[in-house]
Design a protein around this ligand. Sequence first.
Ligand code: GLN
Length: 439
Amino acid sequence: MVIVEHLKECLEKIKKDEKKINAFIQLKDEKELIEEAKRIDEKIKKGKAGKLAGKIIAIKSNINVKGLKISCASKTLEDYYAPYNATVVEKILAEDGLIIGMANMDEFACGSSGETSAFGPARNPVNTELIPGGSSSGSACSVAAEFCDMSLGSDTGGSIRVPASNCGVVGIKPTYATVSRYGLIDLAMSLDQIGPFARNVSDASVLLDVMRGEDEKDSICKSTKKFDMKKIEQVPKQLKIGILDFKIKDERISKLIKDKVQQIAKKQNWQVKDIKIKDMDVAIDTYYPLVYVEFFSATRRFDGRRYGKRIEDSAGEEVLRRILGGAEISKEEQKGRYYYTALKVREMIKQEFSKAFKDVDCIICPTTPKLPHKIGEKVSVQEMYEYDALTVPSNLAGNCAITMPVGEVDKIPIGMQIICDEMQDEKMLQIARSFEKLI
Ligand code: GLN
């Protein structure tokens, strides 16, 4: 009974540490979980088990899992149960992944710290005084604390990569529109992408491989080829790496990453050059008007009649800020001035990346510009938004990016971000896996 035993170990850890960490909003009933694990064990015995058999998986609370709470960590939807499965959930179940429960998060995925959850902040397992980062806070914490093996998050501007970096795990934002968004509650649909967390690149690759690809329920979702797992395991003989030339607040982070990359590249005979992405410094100012407008529009369905409560009466400060901001920017008398300007800059950033990828295979940079703050510490809105300065550009450009742990500063894990051109997810995983082996 291999999986049953593994499940019991995870449940033990949860019993011991969940009070401190607050990674989950809802856990599945224990008896039900053990029954499911037994069923998967039987399948393994018969040689009929899927690719995720044996993996215990947490799901962010904005992704529908039938019968579980889809609260978005908000009072607005606190008693709302998912009536259906998101496509990614169907795919996980088809491959015998065992879903353990719904992870904590920033309310409606609005936040970078995990502190805006209506059900209390999740705490970083590495140091419980610190934020884990957000918005997929519980997804990162549950994997880092070994409550489960893998998890799903959503990344609109960095919500997978930022918490993965702070908690010392792997997190991937796949190329836009390669993973179905059907069953994900929108933050900003032109940027949102579901992606995996795991404790290593190989596990994250397997989960992403299961989730990707065309879906008739998400008309823009592209068809993709299955990953070549053998290729991902091969260390490339040649590689052109661009190190992003971008000044960040805590230079110890950029130095750590630059030194590691140069050291490894030298041994492997890989080329390294500095690379600049023009307009990267205005990525945050470009991202927020787009998010405010799209989020405002997406929240109009939470009018208190169809699902849960009226959002304006029940949501927290950050969500309300975005609804009010989005309503203002969308007003007719604004003539779309902020929105269209943001769209133009977004296109320029996209072009800059495409140009850069003609010259290099990947761009490497830190995932976060500074170390995580203490839970409850006063942080201005601007400072909170700055956590995403290095992750937002990939959402704007629609390309793919992964974060993986490379070391520590002040005993806090540091994530290295590897960005590749759109549809180059397999190459990105190969590069990340090589670094994982060589570090
Ligand atoms: N921190 C960013 C925001 O609050 C990103 C959120 C996300 O990726 N879901 O918008």
